[in-house]
Design a protein around this ligand. Sequence first.
Ligand code: FE
Ligand code: CA
Length: 527
Amino acid sequence: MTAIKRRVFVLGGLATAGALALPTNARAATPYPFKLAVASGEPDSSSVVLWTRLAPTPLNADGQGGMPNADVAVEWQVSTTDTFATLTASGTVTARNADAHSVHVVAGGLAADADYFYRFRAQGHISAVGRTRTAPVTGTFGRTLKMAFASCAHYESGYFTAYRRIADDRPDLILHLGDYLYEDATTTGSVREHVGAEIVSLADYRRRYAQYKSDPDLQAAHAVAPWLVVPDDHEVENNYANMVRADSSPALTTAQWTARRTAAYRAYYENMPLRPAAAPTGNSIPLYRRVRWGQLATFHMLDTRQFRDDQACGDGWKVCAAADTASRTLTGAAQEAWLLDGLAQHYGTWDILGQQVFFARQYDASGAASMDAWDGYRASRSRIQQGWRDRSVRNPLVLTGDVHAAWANDLKADYANPNSATIGTELVCTSIASGGNGSATTTIPNAATNPHLKFYSNRRGYVLTTITPAEVTADFRSIPVVTEHGAAVSTLRSFVIQDGVPGLELLDGLAGGRSAPPSRRGRLRLG
Ligand code: FE
Ligand code: CA
């Protein structure tokens, strides 16, 4: 039995149950359009975004996925059970040809801090079922929040096993901190290959998203929980800074580069479970935003590419006096003011900055640092750190991607003085696949010159956090191999951050690590 016939058979069973009655003659006419599966995102206390994109043949070079040049009606359903016996919310939305047949449904009227299932139907076919949930209402903590975060999934470098293991961990919420896809051309002999040349046109970006979204492990991670996403550089082009490119290949005129950025942002919006408010206008996309999780947490999702000054001293690792220039900004002035204003509100116990590039200072022995990271924008970092101190932010927690390695860092009032106050904490997820298998080393690079850097791993994986009013536990989940599919995951190291006590405590595992109740865990203050 083919996959399509099996799905039609399943659909028949569901239709009999009554929730999705469907004329028989509509079923067989078109190929299965849900090959890119489903996603949800941006939960608040009464609504969540439901996403799908119709593409029966995802790898078509025109980026249209085999859909006709016409708009298509898509039905959607939300239920408290995966049998959809009763519907909490439902409706019909138009998948527009102009949007590559993607839809962004804001499903409203939902209960706070509640779990839901959702699915779609179009052209006589029914989608996979996704699981999603809402946030607690203002002033309430809600249930313990299990949140995973990840970044950097270079398709050619390895299988997306880490996405599968995120799904297995059944988090309530997933943050993706960028490099969801990469723009580079096919590299013959890779673990698996990108289709096509370096992506430049809207059709190119749409097809590349379709290739990535065809991956069953990525689909599983989308189906398990709502996502909060922010892009980094590779969703457009490596290390671009606002309108400045980092390389000149392929050669593009200014107008062509503008058109490319426009296409990249448009395809990003089309393919992510973002609210309609995040839809791009031409060459800009309004992505920095706050997502409040009741009294428990506030997610300040940042955009560190679209508004930044160009990397100082020509990018790379440099000893660079220009990086200290007071006017330099990574966020742009408007986003910086917006962030500091939001931090001043004390909305929730944990102020979590979901962002892209390495935040803590990291100088090598010669004094060189990464000009693409916050080290290349030191005044910008100082204004934000001092800003949260001035506003008495109780629990600033910075989450980071980009560097294809796991790190855990104390953030310092004065990085030059190890005895200065620890004023916050940074957790850096490694990559899903970028960099391939990596190595087993946990020797912290540049530890001698940066004693606030407390943990490093060069394996692939993600970070699983458990967030309560009293503490955040961070489990560094590690995958030993991605060049073969299906490796097991293990927790390489766990840390705790206590409410009101910035900085890391190591869970030493002697009392059972994360499986032990907090009162029986062995802890070590790293200081
Ligand atoms: Fe990356
Ligand atoms: Ca990056």
